[in-house]
Ligand binder design. Structure first.
Ligand code: G3H
Length: 540
């Protein structure tokens, strides 16, 4: 059987989908959330199909899983009006609420999440074909992220629960909200990375409009009720649709923060819609082409294992994936042979199968794009090292290990965001360094080697090129308490549990000259607990 035939055989035949999934699809999700109300949309709906295709006697067709609203400009403006009214120029109930009370609202929301876990995980598995186990991990990681955020917020608040006295001035320094926030997550982490900005934005006292990702939308529907019930009206609004719903929100200039995870091109276009771009704080997670440098002294068993998982987890659809590998020419054949063996051991199949690694790819034109990248490299002299590499069947793409990749090939520069592993040999240490210096991207990199002097020679220049240098380890975002950011086209602002709280707030203080009259006035405000900001209350 050819690789293509094997790939086609991996799709379920008609009636062959597990009951657990067929029981819940197709289902309409017509609701969206504005101003504390779950509204039913009676306008245009989008048909959502899974990348899983059903084989009906050799005829393949995408599996319909449901429909959701394509909201219009008017809905966008209603959401903005609600978020602006709830913020009320910083005088609304939510932005002026004490931190302890905001935490209670968020705890109430987190407690509701367990009830929707199954539905969210099932929808994620179907809609973006993230393997079931990884979808569960994404959900659980998000719940843990909420817990950690609340702990970090308590710490932050405790450290601010005192007066600072300097130069005869008494001050209380805290962090205050910024205003309405527009949150847009990516398709590859539609749940986790939407919440990675939504949660810190909310707990810092901002009001939020969420626009669901391009793909991975339906899974946010089961959460709408919990959001409605857990927060005051207008504090969180959730919209489904495309650019038509987002554009008027930004053009109206009422949003103060854009939290966007996706491509730098889309981020640039969105930011430019705002009439006062200098007033728009941007929290952006963008493109990346993280390289791995494999040195002469690398432990090749460990290196191949890390590169395999680093480049092919979720079929390479991670912004942190290793997207190009530089290997010292003396170790190239050994690395290729181990990667070849590793790829052969990966399980290609449907996301609901246990132990599956490579699953159908979402996105119109994605398979063609990956095919073009491989064909371009081959036409310019690269070879596909692994048997069947680059073959495809419907939405499945068999991982391609490419060698020797050269600067003239598209895959040398472009972020493939899929299961293509380009390998470049080098003779001189300066070659991989120059690649990163000239790259448009600056998120992370990995160095594999065991000579401390040589590894150190790479660390010092590389920490000024990227924001995380991983030694003998694949690139990754976690743990979520670590700073996650990038240089150049890769990011703006830093996300981590504690950094995100800072991104969505601004240092603000109440200060007074230390006259007897002012001291007495401040003491009375503190004693009577008449301010939520000027307070020395300590959250236990
Ligand atoms: O797609 C980009 C994600 O932030 C990567 O996160 O390293 O945890 O897979 P991860």
């Amino acid at each position: 059987m050819s690789t293509e035939q094997q790939l086609l055989a991996a799709f379920p035949v008609k009636g062959g989908l597990p009951d657990e999934y067929t029981a819940v699809i197709p289902k309409d999700y017509p609701r969206y959330l504005i101003d504390g109300e779950l509204l039913e949309w009676d306008g245009e709906m989008q048909d959502i199909h899974s990348p899983i295709e059903i084989n009906d006697n050799g005829e393949f067709s995408p599996l319909p899983i449901g429909r959701c609203p394509v909201l219009d400009a008017d809905a966008g403006m209603r959401a903005l009006k609600a978020a602006s009214a709830a913020y009320d120029n910083g005088m609304g109930r939510w932005p002026t609420m004490g931190v302890a009370d905001r935490i209670r609202h968020m705890e109430g929301f987190a407690a509701r999440l367990a009830g929707v876990r199954d539905e969210v995980v099932r929808l994620m598995t179907l809609e973006i074909c993230k393997p079931r186990r990884e979808s569960e991990i994404e959900f659980d990681r998000t719940v843990e992220y909420i817990d950690n955020t609340l702990s970090a917020l308590k710490d932050l608040d405790r450290s601010c629960s005192r007066m600072v006295i300097d130069g005869g001035i008494y001050a209380q320094i805290r962090r205050a909200p910024l205003g309405p926030v527009l949150c847009m997550g990516p398709y590859n982490y539609p749940f986790n990375e939407t919440f990675a900005t939504l949660i810190p934005a909310l707990v810092m006292g901002n009001t939020v409009i969420v626009k669901t990702p391009r793909m991975g939308k339906l899974l946010l529907s089961p959460i709408l009720e919990a959001l409605r019930d857990s927060f005051p009206r207008g504090v969180v609004n959730v919209l489904f649709g495309d650019r038509r719903v987002v554009q008027p929100i930004l053009e109206a200039g009422g949003v103060n923060v854009l939290a966007f995870i996706g491509s730098s091109g889309a981020a640039d276009a969105l930011r430019l819609l705002h009439p006062h771009p200098h007033r728009l704080r941007c929290v952006l997670g963008l493109d990346a082409k993280n390289p791995a440098f494999v040195l002469e002294t690398a432990d090749m068993e460990l290196t191949a294992r890390e590169i395999l998982s680093g480049s092919l987890s979720f079929s390479g659809q991670r912004c942190t994936a290793i997207k190009i590998v530089f290997v010292h020419r003396s170790r190239a054949e050994e690395l290729l042979s181990r990667l070849d063996e590793g790829i052969a051991g990966l399980k290609v199949g449907m996301p609901f199968e246990a132990g599956v690694n490579i699953t159908p790819m979402p996105g119109k034109g994605k398979i063609q794009y990956l095919t073009d990248l491989v064909e371009d490299a081959v036409a310019k002299g690269a070879r596909v090292v692994n048997a069947g590499g680059g073959a495809s069947g419907r939405t499945l793409f068999h991982p391609a290990l490419l060698y020797d990749v050269k600067p003239s090939m598209r895959v040398y520069q472009e972020e493939q965001f899929g299961p293509v592993v380009p390998v470049v040999p080098f003779d001189d240490e300066r070659e991989p360094v120059e690649y990163q210096v000239n790259s448009k991207y600056g998120q992370q990199m990995s160095i594999f080697g065991s000579d401390p002097d040589q590894v150190a020679r790479f660390i010092d220049p590389m920490v000024n090129q990227v924001c995380r240098v991983n030694i003998n380890s694949q690139c990754q975002r976690g743990p979520d308490t670590f700073p996650f950011t990038g240089r150049k086209d890769s990011a703006e602002s830093t996300l981590s549990v504690s950094d995100a709280l800072r991104c969505f707030s601004i240092r603000t203080l109440v200060a007074a000259k230390g006259t007897e009259g002012n001291k007495e006035l401040i003491s009375r405000i503190l004693r009577q607990r008449s301010s939520n900001f000027l307070t020395t209350d300590y959250i236990l």
